[in-house]
Design a protein around this ligand. Structure first.
Ligand code: GLU
Length: 428
């Protein structure tokens, strides 16, 4: 793999680089590999539309606080904008811009007929009551309502938001319209127009791709070891599916800490422990370790499934996993990509690995638009079929052009978006 081209992080020093720097650098690499003219980078490096909104919140104690929220539509040349809404204290406009760009590539790569978008509210949801979160969600939805809609831009859950958030968003938008609009968001509860199989879809896709990646480097699932960083919407299900496939999941973490059991954690029992206590910490039969130790464990598979930038220039050299599958968006920085490639670690990029969520979001939107609902088996089969095809296509492209999987996936996606631009032409 020594002649493999990986994205480089040349222009900004590693310590000051943001996810947006990395996203733009990946785009620049793809434009260069594809031999496209420089204006294509200029066209795609900037979001088409972005909205910054003030969210005044009446707290339960009667005081008022003002939060900031964003919705960014990176591109909608292939269809409506699509992407999650994040509630997190670290949210800022540049982060949302990067995440929106990655959504454009993810949707194009999986060939779902959407562009890319993302939203976020700068808030720590753990510090607010359920009633306060409902008011934040409804005011945010109302403020961004000129931009969203089933044919314009379709939000979904992301870090810090869930099915309930989507039910409130759908209701707020629908009240404004005067009728129920199921297709305005995806990731809704089943009883409010959601799709069977959506809740587990990102995790199912991550596990399916992880099994393909392990097979690619000659590792059978039975007896293989895995570590999963993050035990939320993505990591928890991924750990369960990987354990079901025969892997020993030896370590998992959440925001409170990490647990390690060299023979493998009992994931069903761990899930029950998390449901009862709210954290993986203190799981009987496991040893406490810290989050950085988890990333450096000698395992076959490492699944970072929390947030961006956790594997970076300063800790990448310590990684001893053979395969990294990005459950989160952007968990491996561009600088880390280069280091890991030299170490011979296979990195499966986010826009491929975690695309199962948006694939089933697409299925949910199709079902909502047709008012005709599929069985869970149908959803899961179609999801795994699409993930396997995307894996095969990316590996074939990477092999034929001697590219890393990330650069291959980005090139394929950029090419599709560029083709739509070319066919539509420049207006006026
Ligand atoms: N937030 C998820 C992601 O980053 C899902 C997006 C969606 O379904 O629109 O892919």
């Amino acid at each position: 793999m020594s002649d493999t081209v990986v994205p480089t992080a040349a222009s900004t020093p590693a310590s000051t680089r943001s996810p947006l720097d990395d996203a733009r650098e990946q785009l620049a690499q793809a434009v260069e590999v594809l031999g496209l003219r420089p204006h294509v980078h200029a066209l795609l490096a900037e979001p088409r539309r972005e909205l910054s909104v003030s969210i005044p919140l009446r707290r339960d104690d009667g005081t008022v606080e003002v939060l900031r929220g964003y919705r960014v539509q990176h591109n909608y040349s292939r269809g409506p904008g699509k992407g999650g809404v994040r509630f997190d204290a670290r949210v800022d406009l540049d982060e949302v811009r990067a995440l929106a760009m990655w959504m454009t590539w993810k949707c194009a790569l999986l060939d779902v007929p959407y562009g890319g978008a993302k939203g976020g509210v700068r808030v720590d949801p753990r510090a607010y009551s359920r009633a306060e979160l409902e008011r934040i969600t409804r005011r945010y939805t109302s403020e961004i309502s000129p931009l969203i809609g089933p044919n314009q831009d379709i939000p979904a859950p992301d870090v810090g938001t869930d099915e309930q958030t989507m039910a409130w968003m759908m209701d707020t938008y629908s009240v404004g319209m005067g009728y129920t609009v199921l297709g305005v968001v995806t990731g809704k509860p089943i009883d409010a127009g959601g799709s069977l199989g959506r809740a587990s879809s990102t995790s199912r896709g991550v596990a399916a791709v992880a099994l393909r990646a392990l097979g690619h480097v000659g590792i059978a699932p039975e007896g293989a070891t895995a570590a999963v960083q993050g035990f939320g919407k993505v990591g928890r299900g991924a750990a369960r599916f990987l354990a079901e496939a025969g892997l020993a999941v030896v370590a998992v973490s959440d925001v409170d800490g990490a647990v390690h059991a060299p023979e493998g954690l009992d994931i069903a029992a761990l899930e029950a422990h998390v449901d009862a206590t709210g954290t993986v910490v203190g799981f009987p039969g496991s040893a406490p370790i810290d989050g950085e130790q988890l990333l450096a464990l000698e395992v076959d598979l490492l699944v970072p499934a929390a947030i961006e930038g956790v594997i970076h220039a300063d800790n990448a050299a310590a990684v001893r996993a053979k395969v990294i599958v990005e459950g989160a968006n952007g968990p491996v920085s561009s600088a880390a990509d280069g280091i890991l490639s030299k170490q011979g670690v296979l990195v499966v990029p986010d826009i491929l690995a975690n695309a199962g969520g948006v694939v089933v979001s697409y299925f949910e939107w199709v079902q909502a638009n047709q008012s005709y609902w599929w069985s869970e088996e149908e959803v899961d089969d179609r999801l795994v079929g699409r993930m396997n095809k995307a894996w095969d296509d990316v590996v074939a492209y990477a092999d034929s052009k001697h590219l890393s999987l990330r650069l291959a996936a980005t090139c394929m996606a950029v090419e599709r978006v560029y083709r739509a631009h070319e066919l539509r032409g420049l207006y006026p």
